[in-house]
Design a protein around this ligand. Structure first.
Ligand code: TYD
Ligand code: MG
Length: 459
């Protein structure tokens, strides 16, 4: 007789408990415990291993052959860079993102550009063969070595993979996969984990590259790819606003490359196109002569990107002033407001303050501090920053502007996009070898007051 019992599983870390908790005892996240029904009847007898010398599989480290890893190029430079120079043979990666963001489109499109000798198996649990074919023809994907399988049973899929031994397997999506022999129910977090484990084993034992798609909700509430992050070699998130056509691919974990790089794409009628000049994209539509706007230059991996920071400061209607920040750390914004008040005499205590980074970038680099401060003061004083000014630098608690790395690359990017004036930290300014090499006015600021004067007052 089958026995059904319920367990509560954390969608962030996979912790299991017999009773519900508001806060997960393991990872401390709130409201993440989801009820799951389990069939506790044993499905198969457990296997007890007896000692047998053939089970020993340790090898000496010296005997392991580490040839340069084989990488597959995807035809998208933006994608290859985020992957660390192409997709590594035999790796298991997870591509997460909200539904409709373009995950299936991206992976189907690369099938057109991957080496045509590679055998690709595209397993879809979401769409019919006809739908996939229609999408592929719309995207112009023609590849004789691309095979489609519409199946959700993990046992059939793994048998097919073992039998046909493709080079690349795409799973769309992990949430639709299920294991009939499992005690948990399809779609549950435990099944998602179990199925991912099967792909991990297949990928490692057969040296097959597996790319798994996983849907995430905006608040991460759905049976999440979060619980898979530790299993896979690389985790990528495809982000963007469904209302706009820009998409950013970001590596959250990468065993074969850096996690700093981002790839920028645009969703068009013919699928995703790469954006080779993200600075121009980020600045498209920037209003001119309006207060509260300052352009920052931040490093995204090895690339400098110019981006527009908007600040809005209005008087508070209630007792507590409101602070809100999109694309910039909230606590860092509070800190900058405090420094502006204490070290430069700009008072925000009876003001609501908002920060918005246009274009969907997340500025987690301290070099963005100065642009945030300038945008806030510009809005407070209702005085526009000159349209030709770029400002970057880290703000210290004493109100000093501290040096940032890759200064000259940032200046060159500002110059390339036609900016005329660059406000940078004084210590970076002093270390520039030949200032006359630049066709842009460079100003070194020692403290926040000086930097604001150079950006707003003198413009
Ligand atoms: P899709 O790849 O199905 O999203 P996901 O797999 O992440 O759920 O992308 C769906 C969206 O992309 C859909 O809203 C329509 C849009 N789209 C285009 O704008 N152009 C195209 O060529 C394609 C294929 C999709
Ligand atoms: Mg899809």
């Amino acid at each position: 007789m089958s026995k059904i019992k319920s367990v509560y599983v954390c969608s962030e870390c996979g912790y299991e408990s017999a009773k519900w908790n508001g806060i997960c005892p393991s990872c401390g996240q709130g409201n993440t415990m989801v009820e799951e029904m389990r069939d506790s009847t044993p499905k198969s007898k457990s296997v007890t291993l007896k000692f047998n010398s053939s089970h020993v599989s340790q090898v000496s480290m010296d005997s392991i052959d580490i040839n340069e890893e084989t990488r597959y190029h995807t035809g998208f430079n933006e994608l290859d860079r985020v992957f660390g120079g192409g997709i590594v043979k035999g790796s298991l990666s997870l591509l997460g993102g909200t539904p409709g963001i373009g995950k299936s489109t991206l992976l189907l499109q690369i099938c057109n550009y991957l080496d045509k000798n590679l055998k690709i198996l595209y397993v879809s649990g979401e769409e019919s063969k006809r739908q996939i074919k229609m999408r592929a023809s719309r995207l112009g994907v023609h590849n004789e070595n691309l095979f489609i399988m519409t199946e959700t049973d993990i046992n059939l899929i793994s048998a097919e993979i073992e039998f046909t031994h493709p080079d690349i397997v795409i799973i769309d999506s992990i949430q639709t996969m299920n294991n009939k022999n499992s005690n948990s129910f399809p779609g549950s977090i435990s099944q998602v984990k179990e199925c991912a484990n099967v792909f991990l084993k297949l990928s490692k034992s057969l040296d097959i590259t597996v790319m798994v798609i996983g849907h995430v909700n905006k608040d991460g509430a759905i049976a999440g790819p979060k619980v898979l992050e530790h299993m896979v070699d690389a985790v990528f998130y495809f982000e963007g606003d469904n209302q706009t056509s820009y998409r950013i691919l970001r590596a959250v974990k990468n065993r074969h490359g850096s996690t700093n790089e981002i790839g920028v794409f645009r969703m068009e009628n013919e699928g995703l196109q790469e954006v080779e000049n993200p600075s121009a994209m980020m600045l498209a539509g920037k209003p001119e002569g309006v207060s509260g706007i300052c352009v920052a230059c931040v490093m995204e991996g090895s690339r400098p990107i110019l981006t527009e920071v908007q600040g809005l400061v209005t008087s508070t209607s209630f007792g507590n002033p409101r602070r809100m920040s999109t694309g910039f750390d909230y606590n860092r914004m509070s800190l900058i407001l405090a420094v502006l008040e204490k070290r430069a005499g700009y008072f925000f205590s009876s003001m609501d303050a908002y920060i918005n980074v246009v274009g969907g970038l997340k500025l987690d680099e301290p070099a963005a501090d100065l642009a945030v401060a300038v945008a806030l003061v510009s809005s407070l004083k209702d005085k526009a920053v000159d349209d030709n000014v770029v400002a970057f630098g880290e703000i210290g608690l004493a109100g000093e502007i501290r040096a940032v790395p890759n200064c000259e690359m940032r200046i060159r990017e500002a110059q390339r996009l036609g900016f005329k004036r660059c406000v940078i930290p004084y210590y970076n300014y002093k270390s520039i070898n030949n200032i006359n090499n630049y066709d842009i006015e460079i100003i070194g600021a020692k403290n926040i007051r000086g930097a604001i004067n150079e950006s707003i007052e003198s413009s």
